[in-house]
Design a protein around this ligand. Sequence first.
Ligand code: GTP
Ligand code: SPV
Ligand code: MN
Length: 644
Amino acid sequence: MPGLGNIDTKNNAYGTSEPVISPGKLVRVGSRLFSVIHGDLSNLRPKVKEYVEQKARLCKPENIHICDGSEAENNYLLDLMKRQGMITPLRKYENNWLARTDPSDVARVESRTYICTPNKNDTIPTPKEGVKGKLGNWISPEDLEKAFSERYPGCMQGRTMYVIPYSMGPIGSPVSKVGIELTDSPYVVCCMRIMTRIGSAVLKALGDGDFVKCLHSVGQPLPMETPINNWPCNPAKTIISHIPENNEICSFGSGYGGNSLLGKKCFALRIGSFLGKREGWFAEHMLIVGITNPQGVKKYIVAAFPSACGKTNLAMLTPTLPGYKVECVGDDIAWMWFDKEGQLRAINPEYGFFGVAPGTSHKTNSNAMYSMQKNTIFTNVAEMSDGGFYWEGLENEVPKGLRIKSWLNDENWTPESGKPAAHPNSRFCAPAKQCPIMDPYWEDPKGVPISAIIFGGRRPEGVPLIYESFSWTHGVFVGASMRSEATAAAEYKGKVIMHDPFAMRPFFGYNFGQYLQHWLSFGKNPALKHPKIYHVNWFRKNAEGKFIWPGFGENCRVLDWICRRADGEPSVVETPIGYIPKEDAIDLQGLPPIDMKELLYVPKDFWKNEVKEIHNYFEEQLPNDLPAEIQAELNKLEERLNLQ
Ligand code: GTP
Ligand code: SPV
Ligand code: MN
């Protein structure tokens, strides 16, 4: 194996400056020679080798690098990216780095994310005639093949193709699943090493087993024109595609987040939900958190909020109620199943956090702040002249005496510029084990037992702080009818209220109607202990447009009520939409006065309108695929509102 760190800085064959570890072993694949600069192709098991060779023949990289996951390899890649100008060190910390992307590659691109099945209806519900389906994008095998032929051949020319074996879930555990990501982005390798467990140990555990085939290219073969911020990408040709039947993901043109770190949304949610349906489990866009009360009783809760709506914050909150302890299992994705005793259990398949930076501070989320003090890759945050990171909401004021360089490279950024210093979807990518409150069982393949399921969103109006559904089926309806204000996590502009069922709208791996059937089917099994299902809203605003609820660490007060309800506390008021807490049931000790009446108010006219919206949505989006039970729940909600 060539020595890592021994970088050949002379220009490569394409006259560009991608340095390579020299000399590399020349290997013939078909009619082409590749330089295998790290690892040994002949040591790969046949299925893996075949996949790598097939895609190498197609993408024609200059080099192949099989990742072992070691620290030396990671240091080599970080150094390589530094030399390429793709990342800069944040000097104030240990091994923290900042990448600035091309400003046109800053978030997931939902409009170019596809699921490919022979039948369209297997991917998305058939909408009403003349209406565009909004529950995912379908592409036919023929059209995908054509799109591939216009993109992948030769797309890695001049670059190194990295082979990343990775495990979602602890390596070798029966609940874990393996992916092999081939990518031409060293940034992706370093982030995948944080977000998943990667390297030789994964290949060993995989043996001759099956894996999810993941192909990723930034879509810019060398030589290319000077990339903006040294961030190669190809927004005009970006396409993120999934072929569930083949266990395959192909992503082209974007280097960012969920578009390129294929273990996350593509595998753990889209392919995951497809496999979950087939195998009888759930892959959900949910955090997993443990809460222990002053009596030492611990419960775990999962919560699904749309992107940038508070999962990371709730997953690692610092409780303000005395005597409570919160521990984090996961902040974005839960794989769940009912065990033989009928208990719902969950694991976090990830290994790190890819968290929203703006709004994160010692005041709002100190555990996230501690998690990112070292070994963290930041993307599109701003940089202070002392080598520190900076973003909106980090400090109350812009620090005096320091200059701030914005994510757009404005060296002397000031708030007066009227533009944010950090991109609203800027992120930190940090190892989970650096979080001071990781749960002792966060890597237990048996998972943790779940006592409650929460749905929620950003609802400035009308939606109470919390309500409890009447039953499992009603809870599934609550998930199905979720709506939330659009955020910067995807390409949407403005603050429109969007439907986002189960916080999964961009992540369903198959027809949403069938997904609902899957959830409902568990309600029919009386042997299962069905956790209660809730809806929360931290984002209700008063007439002045201010948040009524203080949020963040104070959300433990709501979790506490949920835990007490799981133990049978009868402190509820029935409303048409579900049970809400009695006015004094939520512990408000130590808080300045809060208008709980306003926070818990269920305005009838608002909800009648909400019913109309949901009705239209179902009618337009799933005229044929909506399960009757869900329609019945909507009708019952309407009746309850009319009776009131
Ligand atoms: P993804 O990683 O995109 O899935 O997002 P997420 O659901 O993990 O959201 P995250 O916790 O990162 O929060 C997103 C934004 O919402 C941040 O700017 C937070 O500061 C803000 N936020 C989170 N929790 C609260 C809360 O309880 N109240 C208020 N007002 N804002 C919050
Ligand atoms: C989300 O958008 O829900 C994220 C960030 O967690 S990304 O990995 O880009 O999907
Ligand atoms: Mn997310």
